[in-house]
Design a protein around this ligand. Structure first.
Ligand code: NAI
Length: 708
């Protein structure tokens, strides 16, 4: 099977993982730390070994292997480069997101490289580290691609400045694997022998942890948080119990090169190592890095002369952004204009030491929108953030809503957002970075008497967001929507006076700043915000019901009789796109799917899956295939099934086959999850939930031969 070149650029994640101090300590023990380095092993004053970062995003690596379709029987972890942005906290939730960035072709006999990059953020909002993974796939070369760059570290022509010997225990992989990499090769003697090794081998990433400890010990002892980069190439395997020596050459202040050798036979097991670290001064500056900052970012805030927009502009500028303060300066109903509102906010920003320019154009015309974006480019050279916030009100009930009032509100809110977002999107796309905020309202999300025009425009913005979200994804442009509640000119005669006091716009701004920041991993979401209370609003879709048989048109009476099921939101889902939302409708009428997994009203079970297996068999994919898959599914709902594919025909029978080509072993619940798409096959395999014996290559045919 060939590499899936289409996987390049496709987003992987967000993958979220929670960890506690115990995970940090378990990792440290797994990479050989002990009483000598108690700071890594004892919860009092605990510090995280920086290489923990790769163990903590192991699932990402599994996803990369899965989506690139590498031939698993020839895969090795080639290189790992980690850039550290802030010290890793000892507990929390981390979210990693990234993509495969390159696939390089080293030649038909030489293999291929799959390179992926992931950024990881902590639940405290800080960007922790960037991992650049290189998977070496021995059997996937020769697809005609670029061979890629070849970078080489020059080791100085002198003895190493430092050497650190370590003696991993013969049982080391059994501890290390508890940090996530439970691949059988490191624990199962039978599997190791079948893979050509005399016994289970050390995880390359375990030796990587030893090397990381060694360089810290000699270059910046006791201060792992100073590490800013750690790059290695994995070159040889190592058996547990073999001693290793890490050799380090300091090439300049803040940079060293290193390698780790098998102390017993001199084999280089980790090669081409580069470590970089920060000086004490840089560490001081780094303390600021964790904060949400907008240095070198350029933001436009429309309608920033008053109310919420003014506060957003001030807060962005306080944190380093250069701001275009746009405001038409008219009355609440949109009549009139003036430069005073925008100018005053610009003065306030400058008085506080920030940078800003005023713009007085109306968002209500395409020319105005273009000119607002041009202001940002002319003054600051680029554009990163757009907050669509400008507002007018012309409240009337529907019966009294004349077209001019309808149009005026549409023009500022809905068309206004289009007018500015379009040229802004074009600029952001050029830079492959953007954050766009749209402003909706409870009136749009939930309805408000007397605001038909405003409600319609505000809900229209959610539609705009949904599609800009899809179009911006590959350009790293994130778009979200805020539904604020705040005391401003817009609400001074609507909100009760006692509430008005508590509803300072400052309480909304933190969410808008977060959504505007580099740290924000979210896109396509709507948040309510006011008084310091925040929640998410979303469109969800119920599971629904099939009325009739999908051939005869059902009667309205039949629909009425099924309304209980149709309107139920039990088990409701959010869909990322209209295409995805169409899926359940298609599936509802797919006879294969129904037979395969929903033979009765209950959910899918292992026996139902095998009962429907022949109906999901893809005969057109089976030319020349001659295999026997043995499935041994453990657990209460499990059993043994043999699936024989030969001459384009598939037969399924209960029981065990005498000489299967490939045997698949799995727990019943995991098996159902994997078949229904809840569990990724690759992560099931690498996490040990899915075990494969016999011909590993042939197991990859299962996905091709059966479309569940
Ligand atoms: P605001 O009336 O205090 O500020 C809006 C600003 O937009 C004004 O300074 C105005 O001059 C400017 N503006 C109006 N038309 C413009 C145009 N064509 N071009 C450029 N600027 C223009 O309003 P507020 O409350 O700060 O509203 C901010 C956003 O939040 C609006 O989108 C509003 O619909 C939304 N919102 C506010 C709520 C609240 O409780 N204040 C509730 C729900 C939504």
């Amino acid at each position: 099977m060939a590499l899936n070149l289409d996987a390049i650029g496709k987003k992987i994640g967000p993958l979220t993982k929670e960890y506690t101090w115990k995970d940090v300590v378990l990792y440290a023990l797994g990479v050989g730390a002990g009483f000598d380095e108690l700071e890594y092993c004892y919860e009092q004053k605990l510090k995280v070994i920086p290489s923990f970062s790769i163990a903590s995003v192991f699932e990402f690596l599994a996803e990369v292997a899965g989506s690139s379709n590498v031939d698993l029987s020839g895969v090795l972890h080639g290189e790992q480069d980690i850039i550290f942005h802030t010290p890793i906290p000892t507990e929390g939730t981390i979210t990693s997101e990234g993509a495969i960035t390159h696939m390089y072709d080293k030649g038909p006999e030489k293999g291929a490289l799959v390179v992926a990059e992931a950024e990881t953020f902590h639940s405290n909002g800080q960007k922790l580290f960037t991992n650049i993974f290189t998977i070496f796939s021995r059997k996937d070369g020769g697809f005609g691609g670029d061979p890629g760059p070849s970078e080489k570290v020059e080791f100085p022509d002198r003895a190493p400045d430092f050497e650190e010997q370590a003696n991993p225990s013969p049982d080391q992989p059994l501890i290390y694997r508890l940090s996530g990499d439970v691949f059988l090769l490191h624990a199962d003697p039978e599997f190791a022998r079948a893979s050509g090794f005399e016994k289970p081998i050390m995880h390359g990433l375990c030796t990587h942890g030893y090397a990381c400890r060694a360089v810290i010990k000699h270059l910046f002892p006791g201060e792992p948080e100073r590490m800013s980069r750690f790059r290695v190439r994995f070159s040889r395997t190592l058996y547990p119990g073999e001693s290793v020596t890490t050799q380090v050459w300091k090439v300049e202040e803040g940079r060293a090169v290193f390698r780790t050798i098998n102390a017993e036979n001199g084999d280089v097991v980790i090669d081409q190592g580069i470590v970089e670290w920060l000086s004490a001064d840089e560490m001081e500056r780094r303390k600021e890095w964790g904060a949400i900052r907008f240095d070198d970012r350029v933001a436009i805030v429309t309608g920033a002369g008053a109310g919420l927009g003014r506060v957003y502009a001030l807060e962005l500028a306080k944190r380093g952004a250069k701001v275009v303060v746009n405001d038409l300066g008219g009355a609440r109903d949109g009549t009139g204009s003036g430069s005073e509102a925008a100018d005053k906010v610009v003065e306030e920003i400058k008085a506080a030491g920030g940078e800003a320019v005023a713009n007085y154009d109306s968002v209500a015309t395409p020319e105005g929108g273009q000119s607002i974006v041009d202001s940002a480019i002319d003054a600051f050279g680029h554009l990163d953030i757009l907050i669509n916030n400008a507002a007018i009100l012309r409240d009337k009930t529907l019966a009294k809503m004349e077209p001019e009032n309808w149009d005026a509100v549409m023009d500022v809110h809905l068309k206004g957002a289009y007018n500015v977002t379009r040229p802004a999107f074009v600029k952001m796309r050029e830079n492959r970075y953007g954050r766009i905020i749209l402003t909706t309202s409870g009136a749009g999300l939930y309805g408000n008497f007397g605001q038909t025009n405003y409600s319609a425009a505000k809900m229209g913005l959610i539609g705009l967001m949904n599609t800009v979200n899809l179009e911006g994804e590959k350009h790293n442009i994130k778009v979200n929507t805020i539904a604020p509640v705040a005391a401003t000119r817009l609400t001074d005669d609507i909100l009760p006076p006692d509430l008005f006091e508590k509803l300072k716009p400052e309480f909304v701004a933190p969410m808008v700043l977060y959504l505007s920041s580099e740290q924000c991993p979210v896109s396509g979401a709507v948040y309510n915000a006011g008084m310091g209370y925040f929640n998410r609003a979303a469109v969800v879709t119920g599971p629904g019901a099939v009325v009739g048989d999908g051939k005869e048109i059902p009667t309205p009476e039949a629909v009425a009789a099924s309304m209980d099921k149709i309107k139920s939101l039990e088990g409701a889902e959010e869909f990322p796109s209209a295409t995805a939302a169409f899926g359940p409708m298609l599936d509802a009428f797919s006879p294969k799917k129904k037979e395969a997994v929903t033979a009765d009203s209950g959910g899918p079970t292992v026996s139902k899956i095998f009962a429907g297996m022949t109906s999901v068999f893809q005969a057109d994919q089976a030319a020349g295939v001659d295999v026997v898959f043995q499935f041994d599914i453990s657990g209460e709902g499990g059993g043994s099934w043999q699936v024989i594919v030969k001459d384009g025909v598939c037969e399924v029978a209960e029981g065990s086959h005498g000489s299967p080509t490939t045997t698949v072993k799995m727990g019943d619940e995991d098996f159902v999850k994997m078949i229904t798409g809840e569990l990724n096959a690759m992560s099931a395999y690498t996490s040990g939930k899915l075990k494969i014996q016999g011909d590993l290559m042939k197991s990859q045919l299962i996905e091709k031969l059966f479309k569940f």
